[in-house]
Design a binder for this molecule. Sequence first.
Ligand SMILES: NC(=O)c1ccc[n+]([C@@H]2O[C@H](COP(=O)([O-])OP(=O)(O)OC[C@H]3O[C@@H](n4cnc5c(N)ncnc54)[C@H](O)[C@@H]3O)[C@@H](O)[C@H]2O)c1
Length: 443
Amino acid sequence: MKRRQFLQTAAAVGGGLTILPSGARAGGKGPSSKLNIALIGVWGRGEAHYDSLAEENVVALCDVNEARFPKALERFPKARTYVDWRKCLEQKDLDAVVICTADHTHAFIANWALNRDLHVYCEKPLAITVEEARIVRANWMKKKGKLATQVGMQRHANPNFNRIRELVRDGAIGELSAAYAWGNRQIRRAGYLPAAGPPPAGFHFDLWLGPSPDHPYNPGYFSGVSGLNCLEWNMFWDFGVGQIGDMGSHTMDLLWNVVDAKLPTSVEATGEKYNPDVTPVECQSHFELPANDWRGPIRISWYQGGEMPRSPKPYIDLKQIDHGAMFKGSKGFVIADFESRILLPFGDDSDMTYYKSPTQDSVLPPLGHFQKQWLDACKDPTLKTACDFEYSGNMIEQLLLGLVAYRVGRKFEYDGDTGRAIDCPEANELMGRKYRQGWTLNG
Ligand SMILES: NC(=O)c1ccc[n+]([C@@H]2O[C@H](COP(=O)([O-])OP(=O)(O)OC[C@H]3O[C@@H](n4cnc5c(N)ncnc54)[C@H](O)[C@@H]3O)[C@@H](O)[C@H]2O)c1
């Protein structure tokens, strides 16, 4: 039985099939069998996946730059190569894809893969517009339990994420009222780079541009070292969303992992003067989140490019934390970076009697290896992944709403059910972006 038929049958049988017997189909996918995987974007961040993918069958390698193939083929000699991810996804034996391309293609590839019943690991950010985030999340929600997804927010596996969650959830700072995350990376660019001759042979720049508007080739977009080249293009509106999508995806995760939120009900943002080519360096955005089953309504904020929340005490210099988060409660603060945290009881009645520290039995279990968590879930999609497209899709939609508010220059109310701003038509104009002819977001 082909994978697609199997999934359709499983869906049709519905409740009758409580556990997906992954190993039942040809090319079995039991816990001990191997997945057939396509790696799309094989250099840079792609290389960070080589070791975990080497445990599986990498059957397809796709890159717009043919010069990247020889090294990748040394590691995965049996793979077929492609320069166009749309062709790559036609390969019949695929089970799963890992997406390590430029940000402006993430939601496209993820949607196409999900629509072909493939498991997806997508590097962050999952999307660069609100509309993209909503479509890719909706596509996955239809197949939740049958397909595994994960966004590359691998810092989430750091035990500190669990410890912060426990502190706040177990009441160490009383009632949570606000939370803040910030990132201090500042990379300034004036505008898109000028034309600088044709791309080298074997570099398919037109495919790199993909759905984004036409821009002339310039080697400056590709002058970075492996794994950091994204810092050469991700601040340009047509290719990324700057630090929101970059470190914002990691750092907001510190906060998002604690607050158990879906989508905000209001959004406001301020920042440096708008540049039509380049996303802002300095910016701050603020969101109201409705109450849930363990906390009241809260306000959360994202600061970047040197803008910072106010420190609770002058002796704590938050600026010493490049990428961090702070949680404010009725009885104190938790301040954290990715690896460590401090608790600051605050106020005359912050005697900690209200806090019961976790026991050996109650501490949250370690996540383990982040990429492996996804590989395991591909083999048994009833297993949960920490940064699936629901969790990460909601998080990036919220951050991207901040960019919309920055551009319209005023606060708006947001209806998370419809993805529309209320009484702010100019915000609704900015929820999506225009694509070049021939490129379909949800194909
Ligand atoms: N999770 C993390 O910590 C982390 C770290 C670095 C980068 N990233 C993310 O990984 C992605 C890639 O970043 P990078 O620095 O490796 O970028 P990069 O510019 O080096 O691109 C990586 C590879 O993808 C190829 N590529 C680009 N667009 C493609 C397309 N449409 N089809 C096929 N191949 C394509 C490039 O030629 C290159 O070989 C970015 O989205 C970035 O945000 C994540």
